[in-house]
Design a protein around this ligand. Structure first.
Ligand SMILES: Cc1cc2nc3c(=O)[nH]c(=O)nc-3n(C[C@H](O)[C@H](O)[C@H](O)COP(=O)(O)OP(=O)(O)OC[C@H]3O[C@@H](n4cnc5c(N)ncnc54)[C@H](O)[C@@H]3O)c2cc1C
Ligand SMILES: *[C@@H]1O[C@H](CO)[C@@H](O)[C@H](O)[C@H]1NC(C)=O
Ligand SMILES: *[C@@H]1O[C@H](CO)[C@@H](O)[C@H](O)[C@H]1NC(C)=O
Ligand SMILES: *[C@@H]1O[C@H](CO)[C@@H](O)[C@H](O)[C@H]1NC(C)=O
Ligand SMILES: *[C@@H]1O[C@H](CO)[C@@H](O)[C@H](O)[C@H]1NC(C)=O
Ligand SMILES: *[C@@H]1O[C@H](CO)[C@@H](O)[C@H](O)[C@H]1NC(C)=O
Ligand SMILES: *[C@@H]1O[C@H](CO)[C@@H](O)[C@H](O)[C@H]1NC(C)=O
Ligand SMILES: *[C@@H]1O[C@H](CO)[C@@H](O)[C@H](O)[C@H]1NC(C)=O
Ligand SMILES: *[C@@H]1O[C@H](CO)[C@@H](O)[C@H](O)[C@H]1NC(C)=O
Ligand SMILES: *[C@@H]1O[C@H](CO)[C@@H](O)[C@H](O)[C@H]1NC(C)=O
Ligand SMILES: *[C@@H]1O[C@H](CO)[C@@H](O)[C@H](O)[C@H]1NC(C)=O
Length: 498
């Protein structure tokens, strides 16, 4: 089944052909050479309160008997939303921090003993990078730093870096229907999401989530606590809004400007027969790339405007159409809210950190021009080569996002109008290599028409020229900032700016 989903419509196609491919499956950084971490265990136990949970995974050690501490049989994959073989390294320790000083103390031990440190917030990195990617690293799990405080007077919210989007949506909504302009999966962690930009259905109206960051508190590579805002550490303030997580400091707290939730969210979906694919995409593109007819500063996907209705009349007749009206909370809770008691679910998320995991892989490209007829034909041909659950999301960027000057934050893709996300899911029984190859072919069929740039929150380890791909015109400035704040690469993983 192929689904094209967007907030406007999706098409379901049935594909019947199969093809077999081979692809290199990478298992980097498997290095089982460390016998023990006695020095680290000693430093942490001396500097952290006894109540702080620490896990030393046994499979990091070549000889468990050589360690003076007790190791745990613990599979780090359980801390990531991606399932399967892409996470292959094993950390020295996972520390469950509860406040700023825990984070500072861990970073100080790491600095003294030369360990790499990675922060884990929601575990939703597309490549599992919240766990880092380098053997024998330290993972600081931020999930317990998840407070949500709202200041109604100045319409701001102060949130612990490990908070999830769902609980933030739920709690801010209780205050006069405030919200944050973030993405739709309620289990995403605030920190990774906000640091990489944070794109959601309110983005065309209010910008990226990062555009509403007023201030942050963070721990630097020396273990020092910093306040970061427009006047304090301004370069860091710039870089942390859009360059992605895990690079310069560990953020412990964010202060955001809150926005007003829309009063009603209308979702429109249609299903066409496969032979309508090209025409539907062309018409949809003519809507997305036409800023004259449509005032793209407005939220075309939150209200059915005349232009959208007009476009729909020019489309082939769908086999099936659904229009669904719901309140803001139900819409951000997505599939969770359908057919269930919504308020139960929303409450549950406040304390429940068990989240779904998937066998999935995603790729993403930005577009400033419509895809050509020729490429669409090639695209339709390669779609027919596979069989599985492939999703393409044609997301409208632009709008308010593009009214912000490109040098105001580290997010460099302000002039992109559309982002296409290519996502594939497979079952444990399905052939992963085959599915990944199909995904790659579909992606390549639309690559040449794109800007050849992408969004860091949809990170993809298979991209070769990734500095240019993600950072575009901001590469030099970001490299400089990395050198200023973390010249020893205390915070690093396989896609760290260096
Ligand atoms: C199901 C799903 C749906 C998604 N939907 C959207 C969407 O609608 N819109 C969108 O924009 N994105 C979306 N994303 C992508 C998501 O925004 C990114 O994966 C984001 O980085 C996840 O943040 P996290 O804290 O959950 O992840 P983590 O894996 O915990 O962290 C991601 C990165 O940030 C670093 N990091 C984590 N915490 C900190 C910290 N406190 N300080 C410094 N660095 C830190 C990590 O080391 C890692 O490099 C989605 C992802 C998934 C899996
Ligand atoms: C593994 O670790 C050892 C010792 O730290 C190092 O010398 C070696 O280069 C590492 N190998 C890989 C593949 O990283
Ligand atoms: C570790 O110690 C136990 C108990 O002393 C012993 O049975 C086991 O063989 C030892 N393992 C190794 C790898 O030395
Ligand atoms: C860890 O769990 C994942 C799935 O959750 C599994 O694929 C992997 O084989 C496990 N690793 C180990 C070492 O047990
Ligand atoms: C930045 O933080 C400092 C320290 O808390 C504060 O004095 C200053 O007013 C803040 N600046 C802005 C623009 O908020
Ligand atoms: C598209 O396919 C449907 C169902 O198979 C068929 O009824 C319809 O005539 C086709 N349309 C065109 C333009 O080929
Ligand atoms: C387009 O949107 C902007 C910003 O919301 C608004 O100022 C402007 O009046 C709108 N223009 C039209 C023609 O609707
Ligand atoms: C078309 O719609 C009908 C009615 O909703 C449904 O039974 C049928 O399966 C649909 N066909 C396709 C190819 O989606
Ligand atoms: C849903 O759950 C809430 C909280 O448990 C309860 O108050 C409400 O009555 C329930 N609603 C329905 C429709 O069951
Ligand atoms: C937490 O949520 C998961 C996924 O929705 C659910 O399966 C599990 O039962 C929940 N656990 C608790 C303790 O509520
Ligand atoms: C994209 O462009 C490259 C270089 O010009 C060319 O080799 C390749 O065939 C093109 N790919 C497609 C799918 O058109």
């Amino acid at each position: 089944m192929i689904k094209f989903d967007s907030n406007l419509f999706f098409i379901v196609l049935l594909c019947i052909f199969q093809i077999i491919f081979n692809s290199a499956n990478r298992h980097d950084n498997v290095n089982f050479s460390k016998t023990n971490n006695n020095d680290l265990q000693k430093c942490l136990s001396l500097s952290l309160p006894l109540s702080i949970r620490t896990i030393y995974p046994c499979n990091t050690l070549t000889n468990q008997n050589s360690s003076r501490y007790k190791c745990d049989h613990f599979n780090v994959s359980s801390l990531s939303s991606i399932r399967g073989g892409r996470i292959s390294h094993s950390p020295a320790v996972i520390v469950y921090a509860t406040d700023n000083s825990d984070v500072q103390n861990v970073v100080k031990c790491a600095s003294k003993l030369n360990y790499i440190v990675n922060a884990l917030s929601g575990g939703h990195s597309y490549e599992g990078y919240g766990l880092g990617s380098i053997y024998n690293n330290i993972i600081i799990n931020m999930e317990a730093i998840n407070y949500i405080n709202i200041n109604q007077r100045d319409r701001t919210g102060t949130f612990g870096a490990g908070a999830r989007l769902g609980p933030i949506y739920y709690k801010t909504y209780q205050y006069d229907k405030y919200t944050i302009n973030a993405g739709t999966c309620p289990w995403i962690g605030l920190a990774g999401h906000a640091l990489g930009g944070g794109f959601g259905i309110l983005a065309r109206l209010y910008g990226l989530l990062a555009d509403n960051i007023l201030e942050m508190t963070a721990v630097n590579a020396q273990g020092k606590l910093l306040t970061i805002n427009k006047t304090h550490e301004p370069e860091l303030y710039w870089a942390l809004r859009g360059a992605g997580g895990g690079l310069f400091v560990i953020v412990t707290e964010f202060k955001f400007r809150l926005v007003k939730s829309p009063s009603l969210v209308t979702t429109f979906s249609s299903i066409w027969y496969p032979n309508a694919t090209k025409l539907v995409i062309k018409r949809y593109q003519s809507l997305l790339f036409n800023d004259k007819t449509l005032n793209l500063s407005n939220n075309i996907f939150l209200s059915m405007s005349n232009v959208v209705s007009l476009m729909l009349t020019t489309l082939p007749t769908p086999n099936k159409t659904n229009i669904h009206k719901q309140d803001w909370l139900s819409s951000v809770y997505g599939e969770l809210s359908t057919g269930k008691n919504d308020s139960d679910y929303r409450q549950l998320l406040l304390n429940n950190l068990t989240y779904p995991t998937y066998n999935f892989k995603a790729k993403h490209l930005f577009y400033e021009q419509p895809i050509s007829d020729h490429s669409l034909d090639q695209f339709i041909d390669v779609l027919a080569l596979g069989d599985g659950e492939l999703y393409l999301s044609f997301n409208p960027w632009g709008g308010y996002i593009s009214t912000i000057p490109v040098d105001k934050t580290a997010f460099p893709h302000r002039s992109s109008k559309v982002g296409i996300q290519f996502r594939i899911y497979w079952n444990d029984g399905q052939d992963e290599k085959q599915q990944l190859n199909w995904l790659n072919q579909v992606y390549l069929s639309l690559y040449n028409d794109s800007t050849k740039h992408s969004y860091i929150n949809y990170i993809d380890r298979d991209v070769h020229n990734w500095m240019n791909y993600y950072y575009h015109t901001h590469q030099k400035r970001l490299i400089n900032i990395k050198h200023i704040y973390d010249k020893n690469n205390r915070f690093s993983f396989e896609r760290t700016i260096q």
